[in-house]
Design a protein around this ligand. Structure first.
Ligand code: 5GP
Length: 190
């Protein structure tokens, strides 16, 4: 059985990553799976444990680190742990299912040496759109927004490390482009 493709999507908070990933999941159905990360951050309104994230305490997270349970993990926004449990990726890929990861640039950097066949996509947003979306979302404090914008600037400077840069200027157009890129990865691994 050929391994399913491993697709990494990185990009600033509120760049529209989760919307685009949702579109891709709808398009590919059971052939593609979203890896559910573990995090120590608090759930936002409407987020469900085991669906959006595995919401773990710091103790649980640190035990999992010690047990070697993560493919990668990082401290994001200088505060919370986020990580990809092995069990979210390897069992699916080995069955030929594609796995899509929504992780930050530090996570992408850690995965590249382990998975040279991983395909990494950086989502770029038009100037000013990020701050507007973060404020519209209304789920973060002023301090959290400031931290996210700062991280976004640092991440953008590293966009060239990725295999593909995708501009999210229009959600329908960008979703179609993402699906095309993913379809190509399925073709290449089959
Ligand atoms: P949020 O708190 O907005 O859900 O996510 C914050 C950031 O953490 C996003 O940039 C997201 O891509 C990143 N992230 C989510 N899960 C993981 C993970 O498992 N590993 C790493 N390295 N970053 C993650």
């Amino acid at each position: 059985m050929t391994l399913g493709p491993l697709i990494i999507v990185s990009g600033p908070a509120a760049s529209g990553k989760s919307t685009l990933i949702r579109r891709a999941l709808a398009r590919f159905g059971p052939r593609l799976r979203h890896s559910i990360s573990a995090t120590t951050r608090q759930p936002r309104r409407g987020e469900v444990d085991g669906v959006d994230y595995h919401f773990w305490t710091r103790e649980q997270f640190e035990q999992a680190i010690a047990a070697g349970a993560f493919l990668e993990y990082a401290t994001v926004f200088g505060k919370d742990y986020y990580g990809t449990p092995r069990t979210e990726v390897e069992p699916y890929r080995s069955r030929g299912v594609g796995v899509i990861l929504d992780i930050d640039v530090q996570g992408a950097e850690q995965l590249r040496p382990t998975y040279p066949d991983a395909y990494s996509i950086f989502l770029v947003t038009p100037e000013g759109a990020l701050e507007r979306r973060l404020r519209q979302r209304g789920t973060e404090s002023e301090e959290a927004i400031r931290r996210r914008l700062e991280t976004a600037r640092e991440e953008l400077a590293r966009a060239h490390e990725f295999d593909y840069q995708l501009l999210n200027d229009d959600v329908d157009r960008a979703a179609a482009e993402l699906c095309e890129v993913i379809a190509r990865r399925f073709d290449e691994t089959n």
